[in-house]
Design a protein around this ligand. Structure first.
Ligand SMILES: Cc1cc2nc3c(=O)[nH]c(=O)nc-3n(C[C@H](O)[C@H](O)[C@H](O)COP(=O)(O)O)c2cc1C
Length: 325
């Protein structure tokens, strides 16, 4: 399937693996890229720019296909050394960067001068238009269903994607809630040029996370995610567990006066324990509503092949029959 996204990134299938903290290591990125999608290493999971350079080199040892690096611009006072991370990306020869969080505007000259294609993840049409204006090559339009940070507008992809299609000139992928062939076909129908998946790729053989994490997602239904940090306007969709219920209780009690200090033990710094040690109840971790559609733990190649083959069947079978009936 050729779309503007496969052409832009030089990949076989219009499927991207979104950056994920403590999930997007070289093993997963390489597996997705080897399967014909676009794998992405999560830049800030690497503690220093030198660690990122090493992770990029490891990924290159595992694939000769294009892969990208995610740079998440955090609203933090002690910002990571972004210029040094970008230097590691440029020197590592990576040609695709997925940006997220705050606007990448300040870093666009450094990225574009190095010939890097930038796909920015946005949760609204206005942010997508801003990304287009500052020279991003594509956007990942992240609907309310998504695992991680859905923003504060609460617009699901059934509306957000066709709204993006109305306004954008650059290509975009549908992100949030994506996990199977029906959804890829629907996303294409709504104007997207492909899909970006996070939660679905966590439950693959090559995802380097503890089996407990994968089992928890497989056991979960679409009813089992919660939105935390709403009072802080830093909403995150996470898998429900006792720690998350505790966060919600504190937020209910303190209301608009909730401060990050009130919940930080339950939301900050828990990823290594969850993802690597499998202590899934210790704190809040991102997970999308698509958990309800995840029932198995395939290889990345099995997953991507399944999505592409079934998408073709849907287009050439059911949809064609409906169109010509
Ligand atoms: C465990 C987890 C960690 C994530 N970490 C990041 C991150 O560090 N930076 C980022 O830009 N997005 C992050 N995301 C968001 C994903 O890249 C992607 O946009 C999102 O998962 C899409 O929604 P889906 O989970 O419904 O597929 C994370 C998502 C998950 C599930």
């Amino acid at each position: 399937m050729k779309t503007r996204i496969t052409e832009l990134f030089g990949i076989k299938h219009p499927i991207i693996q979104g950056g994920m903290h403590y999930v997007g290591f070289a093993e997963l990125a390489a597996a997705v890229s080897n399967a014909g999608g676009l794998g992405i290493i999560t830049g800030l999971t690497q503690k220093t720019p030198a660690d990122l350079a090493n992770e990029i080199a490891r990924c290159k040892d595992m694939t000769d296909k294009p892969f990208g690096v995610n740079l998440t611009f955090l609203p933090s006072f002690t910002a990571p050394p972004y210029p040094e991370y970008i230097e590691a990306i440029v020197k590592g020869g990576v040609k695709i960067v997925e940006t997220a969080g705050r606007s990448p505007e300040a870093y666009m000259p450094a990225l574009k001068d190095a010939g890097i294609k930038v796909i920015h993840k946005c949760t609204s049409v206005r942010h997508s238009l801003k990304a287009e204006k500052i020279g991003c090559d594509a956007v990942s339009v992240d609907g309310f269903e998504c695992g991680g940070h859905p923003g504060e507008d609460d617009i699901p992809n059934m509306i957000l994607l066709p709204r993006a299609a109305e306004e954008l000139t650059i290509p975009f992928v549908a992100s949030g809630g994506m996990g199977n062939a029906q959804q890829l076909v629907a996303a294409l129908a709504l104007g997207a040029d492909g899909i970006n998946m996070g939660t679905r790729f966590m439950v693959t053989k090559e995802a380097p996370v503890h089996q407990n994490v994968k089992d928890a997602i497989i056991a979960a239904t679409e009813l089992d995610t919660r939105l935390i940090m709403r009072p802080l306007r830093n909403t995150e969709r996470v898998l429900d567990n006792p720690a998350v219920e505790k966060v919600l209780e504190i937020e209910r009690e303190k209301g608009a006066n909730t401060k990050i200090e009130d919940i930080v033990d339950l939301v900050g710094g828990v990823y290594p324990k969850v993802m690597q040690e499998g202590d899934v109840g210790i704190g809040a971790w991102s997970c999308g509503m698509v958990a309800g559609l995840i029932h198995d733990n395939p290889t990345c190649k099995e997953l991507i092949d399944r999505i592409m083959n079934e998408a073709e069947e849907i287009i050439k079978g059911r949809l064609k029959a409906l169109a010509s009936a």
